[in-house]
Design a protein around this ligand. Structure first.
Ligand SMILES: [Zn+2]
Length: 146
């Protein structure tokens, strides 16, 4: 049996603000809307083995992240384990998530971090993939560009 669901940080907690770097390579740049950070697995890709930001853009009608895993912006290939966290840039966002709390039951995630705005022009909002990760079974993200 393979990997089930998506392991990622607890998005019910407030996100971290991170500043853009002027010197970041192309594959480290976020686009407005939803972005997934993950490790490129394309052996011939310049970003192979490096963390890239996969740009999913705006999703006004909501998209289940588990159904649209991130792709490397350079080689368009998949990233390790479907990615490791989300990042939002120049948009408002709303997350509806269900996770397996260990008992095999999908529990709805609640908390202040699940909606907000990434309105800053000099950076983005993300959740650091540290500590305890949650095993998501459904994660619908709705974004509207600002
Ligand atoms: Zn790549």
């Amino acid at each position: 049996m393979g990997h089930v669901g998506w392991n990622a940080p607890d998005f019910s907690t407030p996100p971290t603000f991170k500043k853009y770097s002027d010197t970041a390579p192309e594959y480290r740049r976020l686009a407005p809307g939803t972005n997934i950070e993950g490790e490129c697995m394309g052996k011939d890709c310049p970003a192979f083995g490096k963390l890239v930001w996969c740009n999913l853009g705006e999703n006004q009608n909501g998209e289940d992240i588990l159904m649209m895993p991130g792709r490397c912006p350079l080689c368009k290939g998949g990233v390790k384990n479907g990615g490791r966290t989300l990042g939002f840039s120049k948009c408002s966002y709303e997350i509806e998530a269900f996770y397996d709390n260990g008992s095999g039951i999908a529990v709805k995630l609640v908390g202040d971090g699940l909606s907000g705005k990434a309105s800053e022009s000099d950076g983005f909002k993300t959740w650091l993939p540290e500590g305890k990760l949650l095993n998501y079974r459904k994660l619908t993200v709705t974004t509207t560009l600002l």
